[in-house]
Design a protein around this ligand. Sequence first.
Ligand SMILES: CC(C)=CCC/C(C)=C/CC/C(C)=C/CC/C(C)=C/COP(=O)(O)OP(=O)(O)O
Ligand SMILES: O=P(O)(O)OC[C@@H](O)CO
Ligand SMILES: [Mg+2]
Length: 249
Amino acid sequence: MTILRDYKLSGRKAFAVLLDPDKVEQDAFSTLLNRTADYPVDFFLVGGSLVTDYSHKEVIATIRRHANTPVILFPGNPLHIEPSADAILLLSLISGRNPDFLIGQHVIAAPLLKKSGLEILPTGYMVVDSGTQTTVSYISGTMPLPYDKPDVAACTALAGEMLGLQLMYLDAGSGARKPVSTAMIAAVRKAVNVPIIVGGGITSGEKAYEALKAGADLIVVGNGVEQDPDLLPQLATVVREFNQSVVQA
Ligand SMILES: CC(C)=CCC/C(C)=C/CC/C(C)=C/CC/C(C)=C/COP(=O)(O)OP(=O)(O)O
Ligand SMILES: O=P(O)(O)OC[C@@H](O)CO
Ligand SMILES: [Mg+2]
């Protein structure tokens, strides 16, 4: 449990960039990776709900050539297991009621995961409504958590923690028009002790700051960084300054 243990012990806020293997375009990708030398990223998440060209291995090899940043798989199904990553978010889709995404896919994946040597990060995955249907909802055939029901999210996370899940991921969905509300993040923060990951629709330093202040431990940004190269430095600075302000307080 090295990544999870180190991360928990550090007590720091962290920042992850989500790379969708289908959207990785070589030139822009190398530039992004080179920029992380000046504006550090704590983790790269690699994955997507639906991946069409199965280039996880090549994407990870390219990351390794440019950076020492740990790579965590963010899988949509067991075909997305790639042993050259460092760890995998073993998602159980606890916002939904589809047994296949709560335990079914995991039964199929378990022997492969064991053999892979990947660090397993058992994660309660909560997809939150943000106004449009997400790929995750469609693929999994599940309804997201209602946007304005922080209590439902808090009880869901609490149940997930009681079941032994070691991370909670609140996700408004890739490209969401609005991120998960700060009220929901704060309610989940109050309910559980495990680290909280927040992603989906974080497109500015301000939104990132709000999520951290509400209780997110790790923020995940995909589309924002792909679309606006200036966002990477902004986010790295927000997370660094947030951590410095906590140390000083
Ligand atoms: C047991 C194993 C190894 C896998 C199953 C894992 C489960 C239960 C996944 C839950 C459902 C799911 C489809 C999750 C995918 C999460 C993800 C990688 C989201 C990233 O965003 P996209 O859904 O790719 O958005 P775009 O379509 O906008 O690219
Ligand atoms: O692409 P964005 O909107 O940043 O979302 C990241 C991630 O949380 C999606 O699962
Ligand atoms: Mg995707």
